[in-house]
Design a protein around this ligand. Structure first.
Ligand code: CU
Length: 145
């Protein structure tokens, strides 16, 4: 009976994983996404990094976020009330192929192995989470005054 608790955890894990995969199925191959979620869940320590948007010649603040086992940078600092262009560099085929900024009512599908831009003007300051559709992969958008 020594291993009983870990078996329970494993079964729970599979259950959560399948549920997530079911929600994610609309984005493509279910099997592949399931495997990807298993990877995400087993890696408890994702790389934390901080990045900043720069303001280009058109007055748009811009930043690139690489998606490969998490968002890099995982925290992005931007300025309030300046149009923002986020260039997502999706380097995997996973449920991260859809990114959501719930606070800004944005749900955007991304194209794997290409840059996909998401544009909006952050009109509120504070910390906002962006995620895959299941909330498993998370990043933080920090909007400063
Ligand atoms: Cu996910």
């Amino acid at each position: 009976m020594k291993y009983f608790p870990s078996i329970i955890v494993f079964v729970l894990f599979l259950g959560i994983n399948n549920a997530a995969n079911a929600q994610c199925g609309m984005h493509g191959s279910g099997h592949k996404q399931s495997a990807s979620h298993a990877e995400h869940s087993s890696q408890q320590q994702t790389v934390q990094s901080k990045g900043y948007a720069f303001i280009n010649d058109d007055g748009i603040q811009e930043a690139t976020i690489v998606i490969n086992d998490g968002y890099q940078p995982s925290t992005l600092v931007v300025k309030k009330n300046i149009p923002l262009r986020l260039n997502f560099d999706l380097q995997e085929e996973s449920c991260t192929g859809t990114v959501m900024f719930k606070d800004f009512h944005i749900k955007q599908e991304l194209t794997p192995y290409q840059l996909t831009s998401v544009e909006f003007t952050p009109a509120a300051s504070g910390s906002f989470t962006f995620t895959c559709p299941m909330n498993m992969i998370q990043g933080t958008l920090v909007v400063k005054e």
